[in-house]
Design a protein around this ligand. Structure first.
Ligand code: SF4
Length: 163
């Protein structure tokens, strides 16, 4: 089953996507996706809080207007964007239409960058084809080769790939 993390990794590194998809999970538990986490709608005017559980995905914040994803770094903004668009697409399948907001909060919390994305028809077509591509990638027998890039040192699979 595809999830937002896989969508992110698909853009970041095909090998990372493959390893994660095949459950070679070396990631820090604190970063692990907490499946089934209940999401609270922010209290909107004239409505009371609504709890929404979205299967297979963890949403940072869902309000009446935005789905917000909070990221520690904008080092791979493209991967973050497609993860967010994937969530918007999943929500739309459930009849929930939202805009997306990416908040990049630096570790020192002194600076915050916010980027807004809206799911277009073209994005939806792309996401449907990316889902098929990711499924095919995960099913393949061979692990994609190591492709060294500057973010490898921060990857949970760094030791697996390089040591
Ligand atoms: S360490 Fe680099 S090559 Fe290995 S999975 Fe992570 S990002 Fe990909």
């Amino acid at each position: 089953m595809i999830n937002g993390t896989l969508m992110n990794y698909y853009f970041h590194c095909k090998r990372q996507c493959y390893l994660h998809g095949n459950k070679l999970n070396l990631e820090d538990n604190s970063e692990a996706v907490k499946i089934g986490k209940a999401i609270h709608e922010e209290k909107a005017e004239n409505s009371h809080n609504t709890e929404i559980a979205i299967d297979h995905i963890k949403l940072d914040k869902l309000t009446s207007e935005y789905l917000t994803e909070i990221k520690k770094s904008d080092a791979d903004e493209e991967a973050c964007k497609w993860q967010l668009l994937y969530y918007l697409w999943v929500l739309k399948q459930k009849g929930v239409i939202r805009k997306g907001k990416l908040e990049f909060v630096e570790r020192n919390k002194k600076s915050k960058k916010t980027v807004i994305h809206e799911l277009t028809k073209e994005d939806e077509v792309c996401i449907e084809s990316y889902i098929k591509e990711i499924e095919a990638l995960i099913r393949q027998e061979e692990v994609p080769p190591v492709r060294e890039q500057k973010h490898c040192k921060k990857c949970a699979y760094y030791e697996y790939c390089f040591i």
